[in-house]
Design a protein around this ligand. Structure first.
Ligand SMILES: Nc1ncnc2c1ncn2[C@@H]1O[C@H](COP(=O)(O)OP(=O)(O)OP(=O)(O)O)[C@@H](O)[C@H]1O
Length: 249
């Protein structure tokens, strides 16, 4: 089934006023099917974060439409939007954003408890097991490695069974080996649990774990790659001037 979970149509997002207008997204049209893993790449300032915020209902486009999990976000009230984000969206950031005084189990179940839902013990245990932290359930974040903390954040994002998991540089703070573990976990959640993942990254190796890479440049979709390899992704990025501009290549 190739049902779309997120669709952006002609999305424009501008910041500033008459005199200092910045066009962050300049007519982006893009769909994401259920159970797909997409990486979003592009040079610095190309609109990746803005895209993520608009697609996830954290920010409203200036014009155009965003449909998330069957809901057109345009006409929704703030309350309805908050509820939709809570029920349909999971987030994983570069910074793990765990609560330091809560243990693994408490951090993972926090979104459910905040939503007034009683956590299903078996389901929570299963997700903690899936991220490989069954023997760390009572540990505090400060007692875990960076990779383990990010795995807690992923478990927390997945526990409410979101329609989409959004990642904003989820491996940005991790070393190469730990990044691979975290990417493997995301890949697994797509392959075996049918999770939809949309991840912004600067790293061609991270992007190569996705099914598809979408390249943004100047707020527009500049290119797309299916079944990417790190080499092909790096080559496309070089074409977009990303690495040259960043002084990487
Ligand atoms: N709150 C804001 N106010 C004004 N301009 C903004 C704001 N947020 C982003 N921009 C501008 O919009 C454009 C796109 O920014 P965005 O952060 O989406 O890019 P990005 O691709 O995520 O960049 P990076 O890779 O450096 O994080 C940039 O020119 C940026 O300066």
């Amino acid at each position: 089934m190739n049902q779309e979970v997120v669709r952006l149509t002609s999305v424009v997002k501008t910041y500033g006023g008459e005199r200092n207008r910045v066009v962050a997204l300049d007519g982006v049209t893009m769909g994401f099917s259920r159970g797909s893993f997409t990486a979003v790449m592009g040079p610095s300032g190309s609109g990746k974060s803005t895209f993520l915020h608009c697609a996830a209902g954290l920010d409203r486009p200036t014009s155009g439409s965003v449909v998330l999990d069957g809901h057109e976000l345009g006409g929704m009230s703030e309350v309805a939007l908050t509820r939709l984000r809570r029920d349909s969206v999971g987030f994983v950031f570069q910074a793990f954003n765990l609560l330091p005084a809560l243990n693994v189990l408490e951090n993972v179940t926090l979104p459910l408890r905040l939503a007034g839902k009683r956590p299903n013990r078996a389901a929570v245990d299963a997700i903690i097991e899936r991220v490989g932290l069954a023997d760390r359930r009572k540990h505090l974040p400060g007692e875990l490695s960076g990779g383990q903390q990010q795995r807690v954040a992923i478990a927390r994002a997945l526990v409410s069974r979101p329609a989409v998991l959004f990642g904003d540089e989820p491996t940005g703070a991790l070393d190469t080996q730990t990044s691979l573990e975290v990417l493997g976990l995301l890949r697994e959640s797509v392959r075996f649990a049918g999770q939809t993942v949309i991840m912004v990254t600067h790293d061609p190796v991270a992007a190569s774990h996705a099914d598809r890479v979408v390249f943004l440049a100047d707020g527009r979709v500049a290119d797309e790659l299916s079944q990417p390899t790190a080499e092909l992704v790096a080559e496309r990025m070089t074409h977009l001037g990303a690495f040259a501009a960043a002084g990487v290549a």
